[in-house]
Design a protein around this ligand. Structure first.
Ligand code: UTP
Length: 297
């Protein structure tokens, strides 16, 4: 068995980024030179995903258009002698089949994943949040490490985790690992947004998952939780509580999860990617240093 299918939920309202997200998807916001979701797709393509199912919704059609092959634009670039810009469209040629289904009401991330059931059926599948980038330049290999291990072990759930400072555990789903954690560890439970005292670790869920079809059955039995939404974490806990096996994967040092869901992390992500730009990074750094010096005068 190989796992080559991924579900990418992009149907959320993105209310924390209003008014920016009133008429454009947060997954299409730019981080450096590319929209967020392009990094996600590039990462998945690199990790052996060949079939990708977007869970989409009203107002998200620009995501579909972004992954179309735009013959007109290609002709235009050729005819006007801008061949060098054609390489910017290389991502259109990925060996990837795209599928789209609608989450007709935004009832939470768990509900969005459940919308994939009729198409995924009895397969193992990756889930990658469309508003989160792992590492600079979409080079992360965490997803293929997770799929390989799940194929080998037959576990039901794999989750990527990022180490966060203790003061930040209150913002995330946190791993309860068995014993001392290595890069790969047994996941016993998850605790949603614990206090520093309650937190069983400082490992925060990092937007990449692999599931056996057992997750669907658990999602169907998961009642709405916080905010009336069906929470993916609650369904994962149900699987673990009922004897399903979970494995946690720690992101390697230096590989950060960029969450674009709120303004602070969106601005930080943009700044980090822009500063790492091969052409514009260095002059931007100079500009920012000047700006900061002015600010401290
Ligand atoms: P968030 O948890 O950030 O929710 O989604 P949101 O609704 O997009 O944003 P806020 O809280 O209103 O600001 C994490 C990922 O899950 C998708 C989002 O599109 C995002 O990529 N999602 C969330 C869905 O597909 N459907 C939902 O009902 C909720």
């Amino acid at each position: 068995m190989t796992i080559d299918i991924a579900v990418v939920p992009v149907a959320g309202h993105g209310t924390r980024l209003l008014p920016l997200t009133k008429s454009q998807p947060k997954e299409m916001l730019s981080i450096g030179r590319k929209p967020v979701v392009q990094y996600v797709v590039e990462e998945l393509a690199k990790n052996g995903i060949r079939r990708l199912l977007f869970i989409t919704s009203h107002g998200k059609s620009s995501i579909e258009q972004h992954f179309d092959i735009d013959e007109q634009l290609i002709d235009y670039l050729r005819e006007t002698g801008r061949e060098e810009q054609l390489s910017e469209l290389d991502f259109e040629r990925f060996d990837m089949k795209y599928f789209y289904t609608r989450q007709r009401r935004q009832l939470g991330l768990g509900h969005a994943v459940l919308c994939a059931q009729p198409l995924i059926g009895d397969q193992y599948f990756v889930t990658a949040l469309g508003d989160s980038i792992i590492g600079l330049n979409a080079q992360s290999e965490i997803v293929s490490r997770m799929t390989n291990e799940l194929v080998r072990s037959g576990a039901d759930i794999a989750v990527a985790f990022e180490e966060v400072p203790p003061s930040e555990v209150v913002r995330y789903g946190i791993a309860q690992p068995k014993g001392v954690t290595d890069d790969i560890f047994e996941l016993v439970d998850l605790v949603e947004k614990p206090t520093v005292e309650e937190a069983p670790s400082n490992l925060a869920v990092a937007a990449r998952y692999v599931f056996s079809p057992r997750i669907f059955e658990a999602l169907e039995r998961t009642p709405p939780g916080k905010g009336g939404e069906i929470q993916l974490t609650d369904a994962m806990r149900l699987v673990l509580r009922e004897g399903g096996k979970g494995i946690g994967f720690r992101l390697p040092p230096g590989v950060h999860r960029f969450d674009i869901g709120n303004f602070q992390s969106y601005f930080q992500a943009f700044a980090e990617f822009a500063l790492a730009d091969p052409v514009y990074g260095a002059p931007l750094r100079e500009f920012m240093e000047k700006l900061l010096r002015q600010g401290s005068d």
